[in-house]
Design a protein around this ligand. Structure first.
Ligand code: 5GP
Ligand code: ZN
Length: 116
């Protein structure tokens, strides 16, 4: 995928990001436009368009994304009060970047699950 994909370019170091955790297969960095006091994005380094493609193509890697997200939540001090993981997937969810990413939100009460 490479140069066409914003998050592949962050993995490649071509676009700067505030990285909070890196493993052999995953990367976690702060969202450029945070929607909560803590807002971190967790991605697999390998390109998958969305969580459905990732879970069907490499469920083990999907688990590694969840594990990194949990470690980030722990390191950000979110485990006691709780946090939210979100994967926007496709048009109805308003997905904007088509390299799968888990949003890790926390640090304050997060409000209702969905706007109506
Ligand atoms: P989506 O709507 O696809 O679930 O979320 C995309 C997220 O990526 C948004 O929260 C947006 O603020 C974030 N984002 C977009 N461009 C960049 C960027 O260049 N760097 C970082 N760190 N986050 C970005
Ligand atoms: Zn990508």
């Amino acid at each position: 995928m490479g140069t066409d994909c914003l998050f592949c370019r962050i993995v490649a170091g071509e676009i700067p990001a505030t990285i909070v955790r890196e493993t052999a297969t995953t990367l976690a960095f702060r969202d450029i436009d945070p929607k909560a006091p803590t807002h971190v994005l967790v991605i697999p380094k390998e390109h998958y368009a969305d969580v459905a493609t990732l879970a069907q193509g490499d469920p083990g890697l999907a688990g590694e994304v969840l594990a990194t997200a949990t470690t980030v939540a722990e390191e950000e001090g979110l485990l006691a009060d709780g946090f939210r993981l979100m994967f926007n997937t496709g048009a109805y969810a308003g997905q904007e970047v088509f390299h799968v990413h888990a949003h890790v939100f926390g640090g304050a009460p997060l409000g209702p699950m969905l706007c109506r």
